[in-house]
Write a protein that binds this ligand. Structure first.
Ligand code: FMN
Length: 227
């Protein structure tokens, strides 16, 4: 293996090395913003992300570790934030679902880049109880419910047509049913945080990072990290 750059025709056309954004301009994140704990600050930053019209402000990048210790990331939509943690919904038989049941610990980051902020949760994962899953399921449009029935998420499928055929079949199966049930392998996971890190972009890459560590008794401690 050599360290030489690939020939120009095999490089991305965008000049990645030259891409650089300067951050800052707003007030510095300080410890006192966390006087009332992590929850009010997360909700206020989320409100600012919504106000800034960021695409999918509830999207978070979820990292899991499988039974072999191999990490994987993907984006999911956060459907609830409370002091108990962050909740997302998925297929329990998917790659992430299987990984989380083998190793119930995860990290999830909200990359609010347009407002120069990021919040990262790390913590223990448990399934959302069936009543809460049902309540969220009831809010989903019919098409999303049918899609959840049609997809064995993360399993191989031979073609786009085969996938659409599965949707056709479940659509026929539930025709006339107003109450499509929750699929047996579908539901929510909650990450109960052990830490919540707030990151704010600053000039000269001297970003602000403050992490709230939460011990088993619920006692919190603030630490400031080098950028
Ligand atoms: C913006 C966005 C939102 C998504 N939201 C979800 C979600 O809430 N739940 C979900 O299971 N997959 C969601 N996905 C798809 C996942 O990123 C992923 O492809 C899928 O869950 C399969 O992941 P896995 O094979 O690692 O389990 C979303 C993808 C994007 C780009």
């Amino acid at each position: 293996m050599t360290n030489s750059l690939p020939p120009a025709e095999r490089r991305a056309s965008a000049d990645l090395a030259a891409m650089r954004v300067s951050y800052g301009g707003d007030a510095d994140l300080v410890e006192s913003w966390l006087d009332d704990g992590w929850f009010p600050l997360v909700t206020s930053w989320l409100d600012e992300a919504v106000a800034a019209q960021i695409a999918e402000p509830n999207a978070m990048v979820l990292a899991t570790v499988d039974a072999d210790g191999h990490p994987a990331t993907r984006t999911v939509l956060c459907k609830e934030i409370t002091p108990a943690g962050v909740v997302f919904y998925t297929n329990y038989g998917s790659a992430k679902g299987v990984a989380l049941q083998a190793h119930p610990y995860a990290s999830a980051s909200f990359p609010w880049i347009a407002i120069q902020r990021q919040v990262t949760f790390r913590g223990h994962v448990s399934k959302v109880d069936a009543a809460d899953t049902q309540a969220y399921w009831n809010t989903r449009p019919r098409g999303s419910r049918l899609g959840a029935w049609a997809s064995e998420q993360s399993s191989l499928v031979s073609s786009r047509e085969a996938l659409e055929q599965r949707l056709t079949e479940v659509t026929a199966r539930f025709e006339g049913d107003d109450d499509i049930p929750v699929p047996p392998d579908w539901g929510g996971f909650r990450i109960a945080p052990v830490s919540v890190e707030f990151w704010q972009g600053r000039n000269n890459r001297l970003h602000n990072r403050i992490r709230v560590d939460i011990d088993e008794s619920g006692t919190t401690m603030l630490v400031r990290l080098q950028p």
